[in-house]
Ligand binder design. Structure first.
Ligand code: HEC
Length: 146
């Protein structure tokens, strides 16, 4: 009997410890703010429609696809950035002395929400820190871009 109690005493703290170490739901899930939700969705849009060219870490491909790290497009006026996605562009882009030649196809098939999400993701990833883009902002630019 004493042996049982001894073993119980030995394991009880271990059990408590194991319980405490159970993975807690992520803090962000608790807040579940619109901001993090939009950025999370944006990551998925990015993987599908941008990653192949701009790469998982936003560093782009030398001489071809420009990086999305602290460029004047990414951090600059949102109108220009939204237009870049809606209309695409081709020709030549110069960033920090490096030039990039390739075509970025227009991504106008994406919804206002998807564009807002992906740009909010880009503006808050890869070391970037900038304000969110809202679907309403995309809508305004889309109406003017047509
Ligand atoms: C087929 C490859 C390709 C895809 C897909 C693509 N891009 Fe681009 N992107 C480019 C190229 C090439 C340029 C430079 C175009 C030029 O020379 O005008 C560019 C330029 C940009 C720029 C402005 C320059 C800079 O680096 O800051 C931004 C911002 C951008 N892309 C964001 C995106 C986003 C967001 C997506 C997904 C919705 C996307 N791109 C999808 C190839 C691509």
């Amino acid at each position: 009997m004493t042996k049982v109690i001894f073993v119980a005493c030995l394991f009880f703290p271990v059990l408590l410890f194991a319980q405490a170490k159970k993975p807690q739901p992520k803090a962000r899930a608790k807040t579940g703010s619109l901001t993090t939700v939009s950025i999370d969705r944006g990551k998925t849009v990015y993987s599908q429609f941008c990653l192949s060219c701009h790469q998982a870490d936003g560093s782009g491909v030398p001489n071809m696809n420009p990086p999305l790290i602290k460029t004047k497009w990414v951090l600059g006026p949102k109108t220009v950035l939204i237009q870049q996605v809606l209309k695409g562009s081709q020709g030549k882009v110069e960033i920090d002395g490096d030039t990039f030649h390739n075509t970025m196809p227009a991504q106008a098939q994406l919804t206002d929400q998807q564009i807002a999400d992906v740009l909010s993701f880009v503006r808050n990833s890869f070391g970037n820190k900038a304000s969110m883009v809202t679907p309403a902002e995309v809508k305004v630019v889309r109406a003017k871009t047509k």
